[in-house]
Design a protein. Structure first.
Length: 296
């Protein structure tokens, strides 16, 4: 087995462990590259049967159109059961939670919607595509990440995972997040995409787009971003390394138009892909703060 085969086998083992240990799992699906790889792995894990759990997308309302179109086509082609939680529904219940201003983001509100969906559908585990190489607080995660009855994550309360033994015990009201891709890197993900010939939303590849350069980030011009007087719109050739809201996800200038060119490009990059995310730049502990309150 080569390195990618070993990672695939590990992820499939974890997915099967989830199916055997929990009553009502759900797979978090954003339409991004990691959740697409995770969906392929889930298909392999249970083939020729269907994937034995639902997929959940927390829709902020500020998504890239390319992502939503790809999501709907994939769900239809694979005959999957998708549940969508809308952040706008959470805002309608409490309008004060939505941020205002030029740098407003709905990122933190995703947590509220996610926890509402977990409670509504009684999911006891949510499978996510997070990886330890993405961000420093991600590196603290176990494969099986215990969450309390409020969906909160505490690094001190995580269980040891020795010899691939996973402790799934939980008290009433508690649940788990499980991350089968924990040991994968961005380069591993792209090599797997190349090997499996997986289709991705077009925004992952080079294209021309009207952009705004703000705080050293390249943001796509959209109706969701409130322009400042100093903002200048410029057509640029860009692609995205990560898939989030249009308001917070930065692009990089790139001419990589296919999977192999992307692999060559990221082999030479020494910054993490989440370095293009404005939500992670709000503070040194931005990601960990969100995880503590229930972020995936």
């Amino acid at each position: 087995m080569n390195h990618i085969d070993e990672l695939e086998a590990e992820a499939i083992f974890i997915l099967r462990e989830v199916a055997s240990k929990f009553d009502n799992p759900v797979l978090l699906f954003s339409g991004g590259k990691d959740s697409i790889v995770l969906t392929r792995l889930a298909k392999k894990a249970f083939y020729p049967a269907q994937i034995p759990f639902k997929l959940l997308h927390v829709d902020t309302g500020h998504n890239f159109p390319e992502t939503l179109e790809f999501r709907d086509n994939l769900i239809s082609n694979m005959n999957l059961d998708l549940v969508v939680g809308y952040v706008q529904d959470s805002i309608n219940k409490d309008p004060s939670i939505e941020e205002k201003g030029a740098n407003a983001s709905r990122n933190s509100i995703q947590t509220i919607t996610l926890l509402e969906m977990i409670d509504k559908h009684k999911f006891d585990v949510a499978i996510g595509g997070a990886r330890r190489d993405e961000e420093k607080s991600r590196a603290k995660e176990r494969f099986f990440s215990h969450r309390d009855e409020f969906g909160q994550w505490s690094p001190k309360n995580q269980r040891p995972e020795l010899w691939s033994l996973f402790n799934s015990y939980k008290s009433h009201g508690e649940h788990f997040r499980v991350f089968p891709l924990s040991n994968w890197t961005e380069l591993d993900i792209w090599n797997y995409i190349n090997n499996e010939e997986l289709e991705l939303p077009s925004l992952y590849f080079s294209h021309k787009r009207d952009c705004i350069i703000r705080d050293n980030m390249i943001l796509a011009k959209s109706d969701y971003i409130k322009l400042k007087e100093s903002d200048k719109i410029k057509e640029m050739t860009v692609r995205y390394r990560t898939c989030g809201d249009m308001t917070i996800t930065g692009a990089i200038e790139s001419i990589a138009s296919n999977t192999k060119e992307v692999i060559n490009e990221i082999s030479l990059i020494n910054t993490t892909e989440r370095g293009t995310r404005a939500d992670d730049k709000r503070s040194e502990s931005a990601m960990e703060d969100r995880k503590i309150t229930g972020y995936f």
